[in-house]
Design a protein around this ligand. Structure first.
Ligand SMILES: C[S@@+](CC[C@H](N)C(=O)[O-])C[C@H]1O[C@@H](n2cnc3c(N)ncnc32)[C@H](O)[C@@H]1O
Ligand code: SF4
Length: 376
């Protein structure tokens, strides 16, 4: 694992908002040029803090970064390269929506320095995609996968488990379709229904459209087996990769490697502080026009909090965390029930120990929220 820092840049524009999404996005693109200029100013302000640091990942996330015209994207990457130092083999990821993928755009992304695309497929079933307002259908997703696979870009795809209209059978074929599409990395997210009032209400009034929690759990375990059979390693709760194709940038979040974050709502861990920008585009732009970062959060992380983060974030990874760190935490922690529960999680096969480390079992990952919240 690398210790070099990473840089995240948030590009918040989307053509429309999908039914389940609670990310900071805007469907009004009129501010895009001002926003990109503000990003350039933010890079200018933050760059000196990272003088002497050699970054080895750049993540262009959203929103829909693939919606930004390629020449503007290329200018942005060049501006970032002029303010920060990047290693020669830097992982440069672009989040893309299938409807934006064409051979021409793909080639201009590559010319801009992008070498990894994270494609928001979500599903390969028309009914599931339509149910959450995605702008692509299954054919569009397949065309995008075909265009990007084996094109010299490293390719990742996102799927969601728990979409309306999804069955165990359709999810199984979504996973098989993705695994055989040429991707080297797969993220499977459980639908967070509570992020959208409309989905939450729909799930309550029309439960027959949704897999039950138990069926989702079975489907998730089956997906893991199917991916493992095809050579993907389950390296983090929601992520599978061919060996060596783990998302370098995202691994930094789980290992508490320093990252900077530019753009609205971007978070960072830098110099022992957690900081986050405002989520308001107008404020972001006006604040940077006046030469200030619009920080909505800026606080130091003390040693105790850092230790807790190391455990809670580290347990998300297949590699887990050293036994000694968890034992020390439990010994010093005020929760009188934790030591007993901790033993019980091993007896119940939720956690396991190997080579001096503790980690979740495959089935244990499903219960990880219940375990991790006890360390908070
Ligand atoms: C920042 S989003 C944007 C990616 C891109 N704009 C797209 O739509 O494909 C990254 C991923 O988060 C996941 N996601 C977003 N909202 C979610 C939710 N409510 N529950 C589960 N996964 C979600 C989706 O899989 C999505 O591809
Ligand atoms: S899922 Fe992607 S395209 Fe849809 S609203 Fe969220 S960021 Fe935008």
């Amino acid at each position: 694992m690398t210790e070099a820092p990473g840089l995240y840049v948030h590009l918040p524009y989307c053509r429309s908002r999908c039914g389940y999404c609670a990310f900071v996005v805007s469907t009004d693109e009129s501010s895009r040029r001002d926003y990109l200029a503000a990003l350039g100013r933010e890079a200018e302000i933050v760059g000196p803090e990272a003088a002497g640091d050699l970054f080895d990942s750049l993540y262009l996330g959203g929103g829909t970064p693939s919606l930004v015209p390629p020449d503007e994207l290329s200018e942005l990457v060049a501006a970032l390269r002029s303010r920060f130092s990047f290693a020669g083999d830097t992982e440069v990821t672009l989040e893309a929506n299938p409807e934006d993928v064409t051979a021409e755009r793909r080639d201009s992304w590559k010319r801009a320095g992008v070498n990894r695309v994270s494609l928001g497929v979500q599903s390969l079933e028309d009914a599931e995609l339509a149910a959450v307002g995605r702008r692509h259908d299954a054919g569009g997703a397949r065309r995008a996968l075909d265009c990007l696979a084996n094109s010299g870009l490293s390719l990742s795809a996102d799927l969601i488990l728990g979409l309306p209209e999804q069955t165990a059978g359709t999810f199984r074929s979504n996973v098989a379709g993705i695994a055989e599409s040429g991707v080297e990395h797969v993220s499977i997210y459980l639908l967070e229904a509570e992020k959208s009032r409309a989905i939450e209400d729909d799930r309550r009034s029309r439960p027959e459209r949704y897999l039950s929690d138990d069926d989702q759990a079975d489907a998730w375990l089956e997906a893991g087996r199917a991916l493992a059979e095809r050579g993907f390693l389950h390296y983090e709760i929601s992520n599978w990769a061919r060996p060596g194709r783990e998302a370098r940038h995202n691994v930094k979040y789980w290992t508490r490697t320093p990252t900077l974050g530019l753009g609205v709502s971007a978070h960072e861990l830098w110099g022992g502080r957690r900081r986050a920008n405002s989520s308001q585009i107008p404020w972001y732009v006006s604040s940077l026009t006046q030469g200030r970062r619009p920080l909505a959060l800026d606080r130091p992380v003390g040693p105790e909090e850092a230790e807790r983060e190391r455990i809670v974030l580290g347990l998300r990874l297949y590699d887990g965390v050293p036994n000694s760190e968890v034992d020390a935490w439990i010994a010093e922690n005020g929760d009188p029930l934790l030591p007993e529960d901790y033993d019980r999680w091993f007896e119940a096969g939720v956690l396991e120990r190997e080579d001096g480390r503790v980690r979740f079992t495959e089935r244990g990952f499903l219960l990880s929220n219940e375990v991790l919240y006890r360390f908070v």
